[in-house]
Ligand binder design. Structure first.
Ligand code: GLA
Length: 391
């Protein structure tokens, strides 16, 4: 299905004409720096080679036709109108993008036929990916002239205000700015970043979808955001800080008496320690010290489990099994937590046995299998090919 030719054939079948342009936006994994983006610190994601494809052709019907190979429901809307937001569907987020583009003076002058296809497992920013691929494509099609950072902010607005899901900026930022074989170190206070070489050498990146059913992440996510705000408020009684990541672990320990609540202190400790870990990790990658970097991944997982409490038996099983598997040098949950995915750095020649052994261990313990992928670290959003459409 990732075969572009096949996607083009599907487009022709659906719309009776060839597509004009093909865009791709990756998903992301967070290597380190989890739950830091809304605490104004440093995060370390990278873009992967799984993501969302968008095939586009203009039409003369004044209609936008949204189609997906992943979802059966489809919709046709007159240009520059939008659906009732109460009925959220897969096409709500791309519609949100068109909504904000129009609100900012970039109304559509003609209709478009759109076909989406995504191959991202849960939790690897599929919604940021679908939003960003739409924003990038229409920025080009309408010659709107936004810089990538403006697209990041616009797609965040879609997520937070249009869809109504609280999130930081890490997802949209990394799928926009990702670079092949580089990790990004993003400063969530200043919206600036640095691309650090991620030389995997004889290792590869394994992505393990826990396949845990249900979704508690959203409510727990909002709870963590609120807890961090509260911890910050306590610290602000004595410290002139605006975000938790303005302080390091040492300062937190000095002022921890300000945070009377034990749970809030655990949350704050996790945040400042993880922020410190990202700083240390960036130096390790510069020095090509992948093993020590992997060690920080394990520590990050443990801290997410014990201090931030956003893991679960499924993600813990993956991280802990990986830790003792020969050929694996680092593993942790990635994303918001509870369910979703974990990542591991696995020796290339151990990947197949790791995949088989982890699958049988996990299945026996959890009752259903995980899905294990291998991914390269790829570039951010872009246009793939450029054949001319005839309409
Ligand atoms: C979700 C959010 C991100 C980030 C991560 C946790 O993916 O969308 O902004 O907060 O959780 O690191």
């Amino acid at each position: 299905m990732d075969d572009l030719q096949h996607l083009k054939e599907e487009f022709e079948k659906l719309f009776g004409k060839p597509s004009a342009l093909t865009y791709f936006c990756p998903g992301r994994v967070n290597l380190l720096g989890e739950h830091i983006d809304y605490n104004g610190g440093l995060v370390m994601p990278c873009a992967i080679t799984l993501g969302t494809y968008l095939l586009v052709a203009p039409n003369n019907d004044g209609v936008i036709r949204f189609r997906s190979l992943n979802f059966p429901n489809k919709v046709d809307v007159a240009i520059n109108s939008h659906l009732n937001r109460d009925t959220l569907m897969w096409f709500s987020s791309p519609m949100g993008v068109l909504h904000y583009l129009a609100a900012d003076g970039n109304a559509l002058q003609q209709g478009y036929d759109l076909l989406y296809y995504g191959n991202l497992p849960v939790g690897l920013s599929s919604s940021a990916s679908i939003e960003m691929v739409t924003a990038f494509a229409f920025n080009e099609l309408l010659e709107a002239g936004y810089e990538k950072l403006a697209l990041v902010k616009m797609t965040m607005k879609v997520e937070n205000d249009y869809i109504g899901v609280t999130s930081g900026l890490i997802d949209q930022f990394s799928v926009a700015f990702g670079e092949s074989e580089k990790a990004l170190v993003i400063n969530c206070n200043t919206f600036t970043y640095q691309a650090v070489p991620l030389n995997l050498g004889e290792y590869c990146l394994a992505i393990i979808n826990s396949n845990r059913p249900g979704n508690v992440a959203e409510s727990k996510y909002n709870e963590r955001v609120a807890q961090c705000r509260q911890a910050l408020k306590y610290l602000q009684q004595q410290l002139p800080i605006t975000v938790l990541c303005d302080i390091d672990t040492e300062t937190l320990m000095e002022y921890k008496y300000l945070i009377k609540d034990e749970v809030l202190l655990k949350r704050a400790r996790y945040v400042v320690e993880e922020n410190d870990r990202v700083k240390a990790a960036a130096l390790l990658l510069e020095q090509d010290n992948l093993k020590a970097f992997g060690e920080l991944m394990y520590r990050s997982h443990l801290s997410l489990k014990e201090l931030y409490e956003v893991s679960g038996i499924e993600l813990d099983t993956i991280a802990e099994y990986s830790r003792f598997y020969k050929g694996v040098i680092g593993a942790r949950m990635t994303g918001a937590g509870f369910g979703g995915c974990a990542i591991a750095l696995v020796k290339e020649d151990s990947f197949d046995s790791y995949k088989a052994d982890l699958t049988s261990y996990y299945t026996e313990l959890i009752g259903y299998p995980p899905t294990v992928y291998r991914s390269a670290i790829g570039p951010g959003v872009g246009r793939l090919v450029n054949p001319v459409a005839t309409i």
